[in-house]
Design a protein around this ligand. Structure first.
Ligand code: TIU
Length: 229
């Protein structure tokens, strides 16, 4: 369905029609802790350089979204400095030498207010863009994201960020159950594992788009370009 106020992006399993004024760009956890050495991602044993290819396409999409005057939301995974919102199960998971709350090269790992917890400079939020601080993998769990989206009249989401199979997938599933349509541009999300990148995206778009749509940022940019920019 393509109405006068909606624009259409080629996507899988079929085109994603969205109303720009009712659609938010939600950038998940593009934090130094996941994308730079010495943070939470590396603590878990990952090669954080795997995720850095997502920075440039996110930068371009964010710039276009802002230029079109559309809603942007950023999220950060992390915990209170007193760790009161850190489930003991999450703290000890992995049996690593260090854990969430310990001091690393970018400050205390995955703790709010620390350098590593903040969003990478390339995608730094504007003061007008809400930042959702989330203690879990999904952006809706224990946050005010749903209320903020409802108050803004947002019905559809473009979800980007890291990692594809963890926080992006969890957020898309949570959003889907709350009635939002989600489009994931594949080049704007990343995984430490190539096989999870592929399967994480397949899981979203399979079965007629069971959780949402998958496309590429170039197609979103082209659709915006012909209408709004
Ligand atoms: N470990 C991993 O792949 N991801 C996370 O722990 N959090 C997010 O995805 N943000």
């Amino acid at each position: 369905m393509n109405t006068a106020s909606s624009i259409s992006v080629p996507a899988e399993p079929y085109e994603f029609d969205f109303v720009p004024a009712e659609t938010a760009l939600v950038i998940i956890d593009m934090q130094r802790d996941f994308l730079e050495p010495g943070g939470f991602g590396e603590m878990l044993g990952n090669d954080v350089s795997q995720l850095r290819r997502t920075i440039e396409p996110n930068k371009k999409l964010l710039a276009a979204w802002r230029k079109a005057g559309l809603q942007v939301i950023h999220t950060r995974e992390g915990h209170r400095p007193d760790l009161g919102d850190l489930p003991p199960a999450k703290k000890v998971r992995g049996r690593g030498k260090s854990c969430i709350g310990d001091v690393g090269p970018m400050g205390r790992i995955l703790v709010r207010g620390e350098a590593g917890h903040d969003i990478i400079p390339e995608l730094y939020p504007l003061p007008s863009e809400p930042i959702i601080d989330k203690p879990g993998k999904g952006a809706f769990f224990a946050t005010d994201l749903h209320a903020i989206l409802q108050n803004l009249g947002i019905k559809q989401l473009i979800v980007t960020g890291v990692t594809t199979e963890v926080c992006v997938n969890t957020t898309v599933r949570e959003a889907n159950d709350r009635g939002y349509d989600c489009l994931v541009p594949e080049d704007c999300c990343g995984s430490y594992f190539p096989e999870f990148q592929e399967m994480g995206l397949k899981m979203i778009k399979a079965q007629g788009g069971i959780f949402g749509w998958v496309s590429h940022s170039s197609k979103v940019l082209a659709a915006l370009g012909t209408t709004l920019l």
